[in-house]
Design a binder for this molecule. Structure first.
Ligand SMILES: *[C@@H]1O[C@H](CO)[C@@H](O)[C@H](O)[C@H]1NC(C)=O
Ligand SMILES: *[C@@H]1O[C@H](CO)[C@@H](O)[C@H](O)[C@H]1NC(C)=O
Ligand SMILES: *[C@@H]1O[C@H](CO)[C@@H](O)[C@H](O)[C@H]1NC(C)=O
Length: 290
């Protein structure tokens, strides 16, 4: 029992430590994903209690356009309204993350999808609301492929509704092939960039931050970027093409640099905690650096 709880406790310590080092709580976010991780709690409320997060994405709603509405695809039982509200009460904002292959055929098609998402998950009304009366805080467009024409219209239509926080999950090479037009609309509140599996713009072991920092600087100045997040894998196994940043490098070298940027928003940890991660060694590296 004690042995199996140890990695979990350490994982929380790890995220809390990062949270405390990121700086004043008004500024920094820790974005997480929930929905398909086999190691994560199957209850969203439990996830919010256990895992330190300021924003959690329910992942994913998939595939839309040409009259198709995106469908929820998670591997756990559906969270209830009270699960979601319990996250929100504990200051965790809940997003629905839209992924898969879009194929929007017109501006009207984009507006219909936006209306569907608003009515089904946000402040609108529908007879078919999987999370009942719970009103999610925002939408993340997590689109890396498919036909992305009219995605910018979808973004504008979503932001046309009141109190919708709009985020995108982009990849670090600029311009992002799927989301560039959308980012340039200027309506995106949070740009969360995956600085991994992209050797041209990621951390290079053991401690070369030059490509990462140049890419970060490029993103910081990019049109439409108001708040920028460092997207990183929680473990090297998640990112076979690299980008994993050892915790002591992250905390003592990377974050202090990023925090100088006026658009710094926080970090996005992808996708969820894996038990194979050696948290003990992370903690040892903190102890050495402290
Ligand atoms: C749901 O997601 C899983 C994992 O990516 C995938 O294998 C499956 O085909 C998806 N189901 C549907 C109905 O799209
Ligand atoms: C993407 O969709 C648009 C709108 O339907 C269409 O005009 C365009 O040809 C499509 N692009 C590709 C590469 O299929
Ligand atoms: C940053 O932007 C400059 C100028 O556009 C470009 O030459 C360079 O390759 C970019 N660097 C990275 C790492 O994205």
């Amino acid at each position: 029992m004690a042995a199996s709880l140890q990695p979990l406790f350490s994982a929380i310590t790890f995220l809390l430590l990062i949270a405390s080092l990121i700086g004043p709580s008004e500024a920094a976010g820790i974005v997480r994903y929930w929905g398909r991780g086999h190691d994560e709690p199957s209850s969203l409320a439990e996830f919010c209690r256990q895992e330190f997060a300021t924003d959690v994405n329910i992942a994913f709603l998939e595939d839309f356009g040409g009259g198709r509405m995106p469908e929820l695809n998670i591997s756990h039982p559906l969270p209830s309204a009270s699960d979601i509200e319990s996250c929100q009460k504990h200051q965790t904002k809940v997003f629905i993350s839209i992924a898969g292959q879009p194929s929007l055929s017109s501006v009207e098609d984009a507006e219909e999808v936006a209306a569907y998402v608003w009515n089904t998950y946000l402040g609108g009304k529908s007879s078919d609301r999987p999370f009942g009366k719970a009103v999610l805080d925002g939408v993340e467009l997590h689109i890396h492929s498919g036909n992305t024409t009219y995605l910018d219209d979808l973004a504008r239509a979503l932001k046309g509704y009141s109190n919708v926080i709009l985020a995108v999950a982009a990849e670090c090479p600029i311009p992002d092939p799927a989301l560039d037009t959308t980012i340039r609309t200027g309506v995106v509140d949070q740009v969360r960039v995956e600085f991994f599996d992209n050797p041209s713009c990621q951390f290079t072991p053991p401690k070369d931050t030059s490509l990462l920092f140049r890419s970060w600087d490029n993103w910081s100045d990019y049109p439409g970027v108001h708040k920028l997040y460092l997207g990183i894998p929680i473990s090297p196994t998640i990112a076979p093409e690299g980008g994993y940043i050892p915790p002591n490098e992250l905390v003592y070298h990377v974050l202090p640099y990023l925090k100088k940027s006026p658009v710094y928003g926080g970090i996005m940890v992808f996708p969820y905690l894996h038990h194979e991660v050696n948290f003990q060694s992370m903690l040892r590296s903190y102890a050495r650096a402290a």
